[in-house]
Design a protein around this ligand. Structure first.
Ligand SMILES: Nc1ncnc2c1ncn2[C@@H]1O[C@H](COP(=O)(O)OP(=O)(O)OP(=O)(O)O)[C@@H](O)[C@H]1O
Length: 380
């Protein structure tokens, strides 16, 4: 039996226009699993989290936490938030300003009258876990953003709840601190696994932290899998776009040849089974490269002529935007070290070939509404 089980969960809002924020959602989370809900703004992540917490009343469905049912619409059962054994960590930290760090961390134990845990040093132990043991007598205003978020994390974990919910907890931190707290959170979960649902719209956070990740779309889960599975095999073009395959090319096969828009495709694009085919190709900027000439394409590469529109220096790499025939723009993250001189003098207006690894690209059948991955059959 899984640790958290959500079945047929639906939450509608009667706004203008009405919204189905969560649509018949099923989700099982194992004990100790760190599940990330990933998706664009408005896809229903926060509403799902709030339904788990009891802050939102679903229209239908059931939610089971550990051994107890906390929501069952059919049985009119709905435990309030304080009766659900859940820890929460928010984007805004939400620490009590008038309480010391010790009191903030200890608050869930006090609220639940867990006197034994308070007396046995569980606050200090949890503070140590997140490296806050030296901050216990300070007030939140005397802490940096990263320290405040660590205290909020300790407060979420201190009672050892059935489930810890995270609502974009890293998004208020600056980039360097975000990476640091993310790494600390990951290490903490590896050392002392706890069951978590973590909401984010940042794919790198989802990939780094998730035991599994669920990509949400319009209140539903579009794909659920390990970060590796989702990264390698996005189930739809929507997922591919969301996990970094930002280059999108509409490819058309006719008369034995592929075209990207009106441009002829060079090199090894795969030949489809049908004589005509419309395929959407998705490629990560770092699976593409710029070639100076068409005849320098490797056997597994395809390419299309392009003109450089912008070059951004990134230290060891360049982020290059190119424009292909018809005005469509594509991005390449090009490794300067490996590519040598040609890239070091690259400038706007240069004619190049946008080349990509055909094995690393993903293909979606345009006639299927771009929802199903398609595998072109043979190399043409
Ligand atoms: N209280 C509300 N009243 C009306 N509509 C709402 C309410 N809360 C959420 N919605 C709608 O429900 C949908 C899902 O919202 P939700 O906040 O769950 O999305 P999200 O994926 O968490 O987005 P974000 O990343 O922007 O927080 C959206 O269309 C939103 O406008």
């Amino acid at each position: 039996m899984s640790h958290v089980s959500v079945s047929g969960l639906t939450r509608r809002f009667n706004g203008r226009p009405p919204a189905v924020a969560v649509a018949d959602l099923d989700l099982d989370i194992e004990d100790g699993e760190f599940l990330v809900l990933l998706g664009p703004s408005g896809c229903g992540k926060t509403t799902t989290l709030r339904c788990l917490a009891g802050l939102e009343t679903p229209d239908s469905g059931t939610i089971r936490l550990g051994d107890s049912i906390v929501f069952d619409q059919a049985k009119r059962l709905n435990l309030p938030p304080n009766k659900r054994f859940i820890g929460m960590v928010f984007q805004s930290y939400a620490l009590w300003p008038h309480m010391t760090v010790r009191k903030n961390i200890g608050y869930p134990l006090k609220a639940r009258k867990m006197r034994e845990a308070l007396a046995s040093g569980q606050v200090e132990e949890t503070a140590k876990l997140v490296d806050c043991q030296d901050l216990l007598d300070r007030y939140p205003a005397q802490l940096s953003g990263g320290q405040q978020q660590r205290v909020a994390l300790a407060r979420g974990l201190v009672a050892r709840p059935d489930l810890v919910l995270f609502d974009e907890p890293l998004s208020n931190l600056d980039a360097r601190l975000r990476d640091q707290v993310r790494a600390e959170l990951h290490e903490l979960h590896q050392r002392k696994p706890f069951t978590a649902v973590f909401v984010t719209h940042d794919q790198s956070e989802a990939l780094a932290l998730g035991t599994r990740m669920a990509i949400m779309r319009s209140g539903r889960i579009e794909q659920l899998g390990s970060p590796q599975e989702v990264f390698e095999d996005p189930a739809s073009e929507y997922v591919a776009a969301f996990i970094g395959m930002s280059n999108r090319v509409a490819a058309h096969f006719a008369d034995g040849a592929w075209k990207f828009g009106t441009a002829d495709v060079l090199g090894a694009m795969l030949r489809p089974e049908r004589s005509t085919s419309d395929v959407t190709v998705r490629v990560r900027p770092d699976d593409a490269r710029l070639a100076a000439e068409a005849d320098s394409l490797a056997p597994h590469e395809a390419g299309v002529p392009a003109v450089v529109a912008d070059v951004e220096f990134g230290g060891k790499h360049l982020d290059v935007t190119v424009e292909v025939e018809g005005g469509h723009r594509l991005n390449v993250r090009a490794d300067i070290g490996r590519s040598g001189d040609f890239l070091q003098v690259l400038a706007r207006g240069d004619r190049v070939v946008f080349a990509f690894d055909t094995n690393a690209a993903r293909y979606f059948d345009a006639s299927e509404g771009l929802s199903r991955p398609t595998e072109p059959a043979t190399v043409g």
